[in-house]
Design a protein around this ligand. Structure first.
Ligand code: CP
Length: 327
């Protein structure tokens, strides 16, 4: 187990090793247990986390803020509008200055002009900041979400979870969303050696850099990465169907909106997909779900759904990241 992650950024899981991800997960499970028995664990007493949200959030904001409180520290919420970013203060100056006050900075930034621009800015902030920068979702990856998701899969599938049929699937939505979740899942599963089935209609291939990184890991560790354009084939015998919408890396947004309409019926995840999956299979979604588009109400509110357990695990997983990086 590699435990010294102090001072590191948490922008992409590609910067972390299998052992380091296992450390984060182990600490997350430990915090979850400590909460369960009411054991205080104020390991970040007197420390402050800045949270800069250029996009809205329910889960990320509340779980980070609560997480810092439970760790004995404090979290501060800002938007670009209420900082001097509104008057065009540079990202570099912002990173330099906040480093003089804070012990860590979480940033959420996506939906800019072009795919990759938000990641470039995130890296710019990280280069100028001398404190850990944590990715709270950019246009490429949602690593904090992913740590909670892997915890949840482990809890539901048990110790042999890596050999379960875990499907990470595209789903229909009117809104064009970030591919941050599937790309983080791909990297985490590839590093941990967990089998993964990717399902998406043609045109929704993931970022080539992410695919190449994952394929190399799969070639090295012998676990299985499968890809299909058929959602029914993916659903057959699945243990987990984690289905959410994402935008195409290769199409402009307007074209993507027109193109995706043809997938509305087959890729709205429902009991017809879960009838093909294993009896005790799980439905996952990072939330907020586009109900009636990505998923039917009956499925997300039904017995297969584990979305609220998944949301809870954001808290435990992020506390682990904070405690390891900011200590
Ligand atoms: N899943 C997720 O990141 O939720 P929020 O957008 O509410 O933070």
């Amino acid at each position: 187990m590699k435990t010294n992650l102090r001072g590191r950024d948490f922008i992409t899981l590609m910067d972390y090793s299998k052992e380091e991800i296992e450390t984060i997960l182990a600490v997350a499970f430990s915090f979850k247990m400590q909460n369960a028995i009411g054991q205080p664990h104020e390991v970040l007493k007197g420390k402050s986390l800045g949270m800069l949200f250029a996009q809205p959030s329910t889960r990320t904001r509340i779980s980070f803020e609560t997480g810092m409180t439970e760790l004995g520290g404090h979290a501060q919420y800002y938007t670009e509008e209420n900082m001097q970013r509104k008057n065009k203060e540079t990202w570099e100056d912002t990173g330099l200055v906040v480093s003089r006050y804070l012990h860590g900075l979480m940033v959420r930034l996506y939906d800019l002009e072009k795919y990759g621009m938000a990641r470039d800015i995130m890296n710019q902030i990280a280069r100028s900041a001398s404190i850990p920068v944590i990715n709270g979702l950019d246009d490429k990856e949602h690593p904090c979400q992913c740590m909670g998701d892997i915890m949840t899969i482990q809890e539901k599938l048990g110790e042999n979870w890596k050999r379960g049929k875990i499907v990470m699937s595209w789903a229909y939505a009117d809104r064009v969303k970030s591919p941050g979740v599937p790309q983080a899942m791909l990297i985490a599963c590839s590093l941990l050696g967990a089998d993964l089935t990717l399902a998406y209609p043609e045109g929704y291939e993931l970022d080539e850099e992410y695919m190449a990184f994952a394929e190399k890991n799969y070639a090295d560790n012998g676990a299985k990465l499968s890809i299909t354009n058929d959602i029914y084939e993916a659903a057959a015998d699945a243990d987990v169907i984690y289905a959410k919408s994402w935008g195409s890396c290769s199409m402009p947004k307007e074209r993507d909106r027109e193109y995706r309409a043809q997938f509305r019926e087959d890729w709205r995840i429902s009991d017809k997909h879960f009838d093909l999956a294993k009896k005790k299979s799980c439905y996952m979604h990072p939330l907020p779900a586009s109900r009636g588009e990505e998923v039917t109400d009956a499925l997300i509110d039904g017995p297969h759904s584990i979305v609220y357990d998944q949301a809870e695990n954001r808290l435990h997983a992020q506390k682990a990241v904070l405690a390891l990086l900011l200590n």
